[in-house]
Design a protein around this ligand. Structure first.
Ligand SMILES: Cc1cc2nc3c(=O)[nH]c(=O)nc-3n(C[C@H](O)[C@H](O)[C@H](O)COP(=O)(O)OP(=O)(O)OC[C@H]3O[C@@H](n4cnc5c(N)ncnc54)[C@H](O)[C@@H]3O)c2cc1C
Length: 430
């Protein structure tokens, strides 16, 4: 699906370069009963489908559009270790036992992702050269020092880089220092999603797309999904629709803050510039409140990203104009470079920036709210979902499931984020 809109009509780069393809199962093959029904074909649902099929379960995944239509096919491709929050904030919110366990699990998430990519031979430009969290000013450097100290305290092998090293690695004079995380890396995210789908099918999962689940109800002890005039009965069900949830289910109402993030890709840069800009292949993002990200793809395109909706009526034009200025300001070597691809996606933020596992009855769950960190966590939570739901063991989740999760004033807070990004970009604050 290509982006369309006044300022975002150049389309999603990942659709142009994904080498993995998926052939969905024919709707005629839709089963009437399964062990696990999965709604949503992103990292979470696909990881669950792969794991469930490997466990020998009968599993069907239904995706309303195409595999990777949601955040999984639109994201930056930074395979980060841990959550966006520093460790002590996670512990403050979740408590020591749950917090430390989650920090450990998600610290190892990039290894899980890259191992899975190798095991399933997924062609997704996997590059495990680490990530750079870039200090956009002195206050940003203080933030990185705190993250460095806390990260090391909880076993993360983070390295604080000085301004010279940061300038040499990024090819940009704009950053006051950086935090390097060797555990992390980058991927072509849509190709990863499609590769997971292919692997799940090979393991025996059935994948249907496009096929929208119109409702999901609990009847007796089973789940019943309605799709295309048919009913599927399931022993257990996983709702993995995150920020792209469609249809009003009687059993589940999503609750999150939708935050837009847009990306702008150049054409492939000549070798001389590739040797200067992020030459080590790290993925990068900065400490600014209205965050920006920078990475190269395998063909040498520089991809700039930022909070804001480039297709939005409110700030679309502002974000677009900002991107050209930001590129020239960050990488003076690239002044005047146009963008060949522009697209946006919707992030599901929660109030505390921590993902949620919502238990629905004893044999159903919704997992959502990765708050912009969904490649590692989506893979980990999706895999755990298959194990926890099929074995009916709630201890197998990476964190205790909740009975209720409400993020209040989601739409209002979304306007606040978009307005803040638009003003910051208009004033070129970040
Ligand atoms: C622009 C952007 C940049 C990001 N950058 C990064 C990054 O660099 N690193 C990182 O780790 N994370 C990043 N994220 C977050 C990450 O992409 C998401 O957290 C992750 O993709 C969520 O995966 P998911 O499978 O839970 O949901 P999704 O990938 O959103 O999939 C949900 C799917 O459910 C389908 N669906 C919805 N309703 C129904 C229905 N009724 N029936 C059937 N199907 C349905 C949708 O069509 C959709 O395909 C970014 C997100 C965005 C939007």
């Amino acid at each position: 699906m290509q982006a369309s809109g006044a300022f975002g009509s150049k389309g999603n780069l990942w659709h142009s370069t994904a080498r993995e393809q998926v052939t969905a199962d024919s709707a005629d093959a839709l089963p009437s009963a399964v062990d696990l029904l999965i709604i949503g074909g992103g990292f979470t649902g696909l990881s669950a489908a792969l794991e469930a099929a490997r466990m020998g379960a009968k599993v069907a995944l239904l995706e309303a559009q195409e595999i990777g239509h949601g955040g999984s096919g639109r994201n930056v491709g930074l395979v980060n270790a841990g959550l966006w929050l520093p460790p002590q904030e996670i512990i403050k919110t979740l408590g020591v036992k749950t917090g430390e366990a989650l920090i450990d699990t998600l610290g190892a998430a990039p290894a899980r992702v890259f191992d899975l990519i190798a095991r399933e031979n997924i062609a997704c430009e996997a590059t495990r050269n680490g990530t750079l969290h870039l200090a956009h000013n002195a206050a940003g450097l203080d933030d990185l020092k705190t993250r460095h100290r806390q990260g090391n305290q909880y076993g993360a092998p983070l390295q604080l880089l000085d301004v010279e090293e940061t300038t040499a690695r990024t090819g940009s004079p704009n950053f006051a220092g950086a935090l390097f995380d060797a555990r992390a890396g980058t991927i072509q995210p849509l190709a990863y999603a499609r590769g997971l789908a292919r692997a799940a099918q090979a393991a025996g999962a059935q994948i249907f797309a496009p096929l929208t689940v119109e409702d999901l109800t609990h009847q007796g002890r089973a789940w019943v999904a309605r799709a295309a005039g048919r009913e599927i009965t399931a022993r257990s069900a996983l709702i993995a629709t995150n920020a792209y949830h469609m249809a009003g289910f009687s059993s589940y109402r999503p609750s999150f803050i939708p935050v837009y993030y847009s990306q702008f890709a150049t054409t492939p840069l000549p070798q001389s510039l590739r040797a200067e800009i992020l030459a080590g292949g790290e993925g990068a993002w900065d400490t600014a409140m209205v965050m920006s990200s920078f990475r190269m793809d395998a063909a040498g395109r520089l991809i700039l990203g930022a909070i804001g909706n480039v297709e939005g009526r409110l700030g679309g034009g502002t974000h677009h104009a900002w991107a050209a200025r930001k590129l020239a300001q960050t990488f003076p070597q690239l002044a005047g470079q146009g963008f060949s691809h522009i697209w946006q996606g919707r992030i599901a933020m929660t109030g505390d920036h921590i993902p949620k596992v919502l238990e629905i009855r004893s044999n159903g769950a919704a997992v959502f709210g990765y708050s912009g960190r969904g490649i590692g966590p989506g893979t980990v939570f999706g895999t755990a979902a298959a194990q926890a739901l099929l074995q009916q063991n709630r201890n197998l989740w990476p964190m205790p499931p909740l009975q209720k999760s409400v993020t209040g004033f989601g739409q209002l807070r979304a306007v606040y984020y978009e307005l803040g990004a638009t003003i910051a970009h208009a004033l070129q604050r970040n």
